[in-house]
Design a protein around this ligand. Structure first.
Ligand code: COA
Ligand code: AMP
Length: 635
């Protein structure tokens, strides 16, 4: 018997124009599109070409115009500042319209870029939506990145204005953002004309005369401005994500496809209606924050919880349950690592019992592989379905999921279930042939991608095509390897590039290697992601020192750890490195990463036939055991 999922899936693949054309009826258009899908410039597909809309109108004003202005749009819940503040759709629209006025006052016009470097405060969402209101392109940079990473993004996005705050608040410390911002601007070749700084009471930053503007002062005199129609195909935002080099990829999202797809997902995937309360515990610096803290729930007209805190330590491992019960949250979405952190502190889930969890219906997990232990612990202690789903910064929304608003399939641990409508997921071999069920291949998506996915990389169509479209012609390369079983369940096993996933944060080991290689006493290096009980993976550095270096290894390791912290940021969680005499390599000089990985992860390994010198593996195991890793056996 077919179900809603099967019907939707079939239509979305066989007749995507009708499927997405229907979904587009739910969006407010100033001018209707001429075509649902323009495929005249493959592989650069364009959705809703010729249409005009405004993303901010669809997120805020539309609800007011439909009589729902008093509905709560955002609940800012900040255990780190002991604040709870609610914004109705009208409140939020008024703030956004005024801040849009501040931007206009500073000369920001449609198409200009605005970098947003802010902690999890509602003003970050206000700034994003204000950009959307006037057709400016925002680029949010996560607060845990160092000044140099921010500088790289400033250079690429060339913003007219940067919006920032005086500080962020972590569990044990206040992080001053302003000095990081100043350093980034001094490092970057491109200088913004103005910086607008939101001063938080925990830290009042000194403003740079002539360049910096105080947020509150600017808002006092600001004139609200109205929404500007933009083309469906105009960029809404750029979000930088790790690539295989130190140069991040600027993922570009459009306005039209994004609004249509995200609004549709709220019911289809997450089973959320407009009277529900929804919570994505992430950060606006990540794609989850863009899509599911800000845009999708606001398009839907429901209430979105905006949380400034951590799963543990703010103040304890019961904070998620407190938020769920206090705000009557129906569904929440976070990364498995957050639940592993809670499980570690409260293994029996005793704190759950202190709260009324009756509103809570579904937990969604994504960002990294959901380990069966974490899923089962959550199922047992929360007594709700726990749904793993798979997606990427590039895709903007889920590729594979158990679409809870369409049909609840039985969960198979280790699988994010099936391709979401719109996603023709296939496991391919090197010649682009489909693998048999159960056999591992390159997980790829047959083109066209559905709306709301990346349209290109910022000012780099070439890199877009090379990175995603060339290796498997006619397909989008996800760079994840995995398989599909005989019932269509997708299994995501590992990345095929050097990206690792640390606490749900995507990082490039290549970028870390670039930093280590810069140390004057390091001759050669490798960084690998090894399994970690809390963060999923953590990066470990292997250093080969120049001949004749006599300084203490510990000292050099401390220096490289500090270098990664300063150049990439604390978010890299690069804390461990070890000195080795040589790196295990093939005879052609390729580092045997897979084998080192196995040794570090305590898995059985074979000595590869192509190895140059097998004794290097023993040396590697010894070095790893010195830092508490590797008891590996040769198979
Ligand atoms: N601004 C400045 N610094 C930040 C930051 C921010 N917005 N976010 C994190 N950092 C810093 C942290 O303080 C930490 O610094 P430290 O090395 O001095 O301790 C470092 O970056 C690593 O942070 P994090 O990955 O958050 O690790 P943690 O040990 O502080 O916490 C978890 C571990 C599991 C609790 C945490 O990662 C978490 O809550 N994850 C939830 C998942 C999530 O949000 N995923 C995003 C994608 S969905
Ligand atoms: P990001 O771009 O930060 O969202 O990271 C995307 C990558 O995270 C994917 O390419 C996967 O490698 C990994 N990932 C995300 N969700 C899942 C999941 N549910 N299961 C396995 N891996 C996942």
């Amino acid at each position: 018997m077919t179900n809603l999922y099967d019907e939707a899936y079939r239509q979305s693949i066989q007749d995507p124009e009708t499927f997405w054309g229907n979904a587009a009826e739910d969006i407010h258009w100033y001018k209707k599109y001429e075509k649902v899908l323009d495929d005249s410039k493959k592989p650069m597909y364009r959705w809703f070409a010729g249409g005009e809309l405004n993303t901010c109108y669809n997120a805020l004003d539309v609800h007011i115009d439909r009589g729902r202005g008093d509905r709560v749009a955002l609940i800012y819940d900040s255990p780190v500042t002991q604040t709870i503040k609610k914004y109705t759709y009208r409140d939020l629209r008024d703030e956004v319209a005024k801040f849009a006025g501040v931007l206009v006052e500073q000369g920001v016009v449609k198409g200009d870029r605005v970098v947003i470097y802010m902690p999890m405060i509602p003003e970050a969402a206000v700034a994003m939506l204000a950009c959307a209101r006037i057709g400016a392109i925002h680029s949010v940079v996560f607060g845990g990145f160092a000044a140099k990473e921010l500088a790289t993004r400033i250079n690429d996005a060339t913003p007219k204005v940067i919006v920032s705050a005086s500080c962020g608040i972590e569990v044990t410390r206040v992080i001053k953002y302003k000095p990081l911002l100043d350093e980034a601007i001094s490092l970057s070749a491109v200088k913004p004309e103005k910086c607008i700084i939101f001063q938080r009471p925990q830290e009042i930053a000194a403003l740079t005369p002539g360049r910096d503007i105080d947020w509150a002062a600017a808002m006092t005199n600001a004139q609200p401005v109205d929404c500007v129609p933009v083309a469906a195909t105009d960029p809404l935002y750029i979000l930088y994500t790790s690539g295989t080099t130190g140069q991040p990829k600027g993922v570009v999202r459009d306005n039209g496809g994004h609004a249509v797809a995200l609004k549709w997902t709220m019911k289809a995937i997450y089973d959320i209606d407009e009277d529900d309360v929804w919570w994505a515990a992430s950060d606006v610096g990540w794609v989850v924050g863009h899509s599911y803290i800000v845009y999708a729930p606001l398009f839907k007209g429901c209430t979105s919880v905006f949380f400034e805190g951590k799963p543990v330590g703010t103040p304890d491992a019961g904070v998620f349950w407190r938020v769920i019960s206090q705000h009557r949250v129906k569904c929440m979405f976070t990364a498995p690592t957050a639940y592993r952190a809670i499980k570690r502190e409260d293994p029996k889930g005793l704190l759950v019992k202190d709260y009324d969890m009756s509103s809570f219906k579904i937990l969604f997990l994504a960002g990294e592989r959901s380990d069966p232990d974490t899923i089962q612990w959550s199922e047992k202690n929360l007594n709700v379905p726990v749904i793993d789903h798979w997606w990427q910064t590039e895709t903007g929304w889920a590729i594979a999921a158990n679409c809870m608003g369409l049909h609840h399939f039985p969960v198979k641990y280790g699988s994010p279930t099936k391709g979401v409508p719109g996603w023709d997921v296939q496991a391919l071999d090197e010649s682009c042939n489909q693998m048999a069920p159960g056999e591992i291949g390159a997980l790829s998506v047959k083109l066209p991608l559905p709306p709301g996915t990346l349209t290109t990389l910022w000012q780099n169509d070439r890199r877009f095509v090379e990175s995603y479209m060339e290796e498997y012609p006619g397909y989008y390369k996800t760079a994840d390897a995995g398989y599909i079983d005989d019932e269509g369940y997708v299994y995501v096993m590992s990345r095929t590039d050097d990206i690792i996933n640390v606490a749900g944060h995507r990082l490039s080991t290549g970028a870390m290697e670039e930093v280590l290689a810069d140390h004057p006493e390091v001759a050669e290096c490798a960084v690998l992601g090894v399994a970690d009980n809390l963060k999923g993976q953590i990066p470990i550095g292997f250093l080969v020192l120049n001949a004749g270096v006599e300084r203490s290894h510990d000292e050099i390791i401390r220096e490289v750890v500090q270098m990664v912290r300063e150049r990439i940021g604390p978010v890299a969680a690069f804390k461990k490195a070890t000195v080795v005499k040589r790196l295990p390599k093939t005879r052609s000089g390729k580092i045997l990463r897979g084998t080192i990985q196995k040794i570090a992860d305590n898995q059985d390994y074979n000595v590869p036939a192509t190895i140059d010198d097998p004794t290097t593996l023993g040396e590697m195991a010894e070095a790893l055991s010195k830092i508490g890793l590797a008891k590996a056996r040769q198979a």
